[in-house]
Structures are given as structure tokens and as C-alpha cells.
Design a protein around this ligand. Structure first.
Ligand SMILES: N[C@@H](CCC(=O)N[C@@H](CS)C(=O)NCC(=O)O)C(=O)O
Length: 219
């Protein structure tokens, strides 16, 4: 969906980031959700380098993304995703059991998988002889491999917000690099081939590329 200046829904991200995180900045979760749901949204940015009081007032840790929806303000990509998902059955099933399952898997992605994969990655940055969190991460990935070996989607027999966030957590190259997870690899590849993901990803890359041009003109 083309960002729309009249839209109530506004996704906030940084004005620029270095090359490394491009394609992975978590505003992509919200852009992607809007694309899947067919919701128009506006994209606005805050400075990456000089984070002001306004930014901290909207995201207490000075991070992105955050979301505004009219007068409502949300931060944390999971909370923002759930807020968007409530607007569309494409992301959030109406059936009570499927909705409960979707909510559970959204939180599992963040609080049981990403909660392990991120510290594992940070510890690995200092190149220890062994990463003490490796077994913990493998145990989480083993569970997910077992799930994806048995079914195509986390719940409801179709794509939901749970698949969006789980695939976004699992698609990181350093998590994929652990290998030996054929069903998970296929799941991530299938979900990242969705047109809504490709659009959101391309839009994020274009946003940061445009910022490179502006910065080179200014210097
Ligand atoms: N738990 C937060 C994490 C947000 C987060 O780590 N944002 C990154 C971009 S993806 C960020 O703002 N990094 C800059 C920083 O931490 O200073 C969420 O899911 O929204």
C-alpha cells in the first residue's frame, strides 16, 4: 500500500540507518502488516543521530518503531502489530480459539524466540570460543522446526499476524546460519516471498537509500 499523507495510521522509523540493519529495522513489521491488511498508512521519521525529547516521549528507549493512529500512540513492534492486526481478519482471526492461538504465537515469537536469539547474537559479537546461549537458542529452534515440519502455518490453517512476526524473527541471517532446519527454512522462504513482505521490504530499503542521497547533498 502506498504511504498516504492523509492516513490516520502513521508508522514512525529512523530518518537513516547504516547499511547493516537495512531491511531488518522493525518498522518493517508494521509496514508489512499494513500491506497484508490493505490499510493505508503514512511513514514518518525521527533522527537516528540526534534523538530528541519528542522521540523519547513516544518510545521511552529512544528506539523505533512506534505508531500513531489518530490520537492513539503505541510503541513496541509487537504492540503496534497487534493494534494493526485488530483492524483486519487478514491478520487476526475472529474465531475465539484461533485468535487465542494467534495472540499466543505472536508473544511466543517475541518472548520465547527473539528473547533468546537476540542475546545469543550479542554474545556472539565478541567471538567467545563457545556461545553459552547456543544450546538455549537451538532448543527453541528445534521446537519451531518440529512445528513447521507438521504444518504450513502457526494457526488457523492460514497466514496470520503470528506468521508475520515469527517469520520476521526467524529470517535474520545469523539465525538462519545455524542451519539444519529445513522445515523452518522453507517456512521463512515461503513467507518472505509474499508480495506484502516484498513491498514493505523494498519500501524500507528505498526510504534509507533516499536518506543517503539527502545526506550526500548536505555534506
Ligand atoms: N522491543 C523493541 C525493540 C526495538 C528495537 O530494537 N529497535 C531498533 C531498530 S529495529 C532500534 O531502534 N535500534 C536503535 C537503538 O536501540 O538505539 C520493539 O520490538 O519495538
Amino acid at each position: 500500500m502506498v504511504p498516504d499523507n492523509q492516513s490516520e495510521l502513521t508508522v514512525w522509523t529512523f530518518d537513516w540507518v547504516p547499511d547493516g540493519p537495512r531491511g531488518y529495522v522493525r518498522d518493517l513489521r508494521l509496514r508489512w502488516a499494513c500491506e497484508e491488511a490493505g490499510l493505508e498508512y503514512q511513514l514518518r521519521s525521527v533522527p537516528f543521530e540526534d534523538r530528541g525529547a519528542d522521540h523519547f516521549a513516544r518510545q521511552p528507549f529512544g528506539q523505533v518503531p512506534f505508531l500513531t493512529d489518530g490520537d492513539l500512540r503505541l510503541f513496541e513492534s509487537g504492540a503496534c502489530l497487534l493494534h494493526i492486526a485488530e483492524k483486519s481478519e487478514a491478520l487476526m482471526p475472529q474465531d475465539a480459539e484461533e485468535k487465542a492461538d494467534t495472540l499466543s504465537w505472536v508473544i511466543a515469537a517475541l518472548n520465547s524466540v527473539e528473547m533468546v536469539s537476540l542475546p545469543w547474537w550479542f554474545v556472539g559479537l565478541s567471538n567467545p570460543p563457545e556461545n553459552p546461549l547456543e544450546d538455549w537458542l537451538r532448543s527453541r529452534l528445534d521446537v519451531m522446526e518440529h512445528v513447521f515440519a507438521a504444518r504450513d502455518w502457526l494457526t488457523a490453517g492460514r497466514f496470520t499476524a503470528a506468521d508475520l512476526i515469527m517469520a520476521d524473527v526467524l529470517r535474520l541471517p545469523w539465525v538462519r546460519g545455524l542451519g539444519r532446519y529445513a522445515a523452518t527454512d522453507a517456512y521463512v522462504a515461503r513467507i518472505c516471498a509474499r508480495p506484502a513482505f516484498e513491498k514493505a521490504h523494498a519500501d524500507q530499503m528505498a526510504h534509507f537509500a533516499a536518506a543517503d542521497t539527502t545526506r550526500s547533498i548536505e555534506t
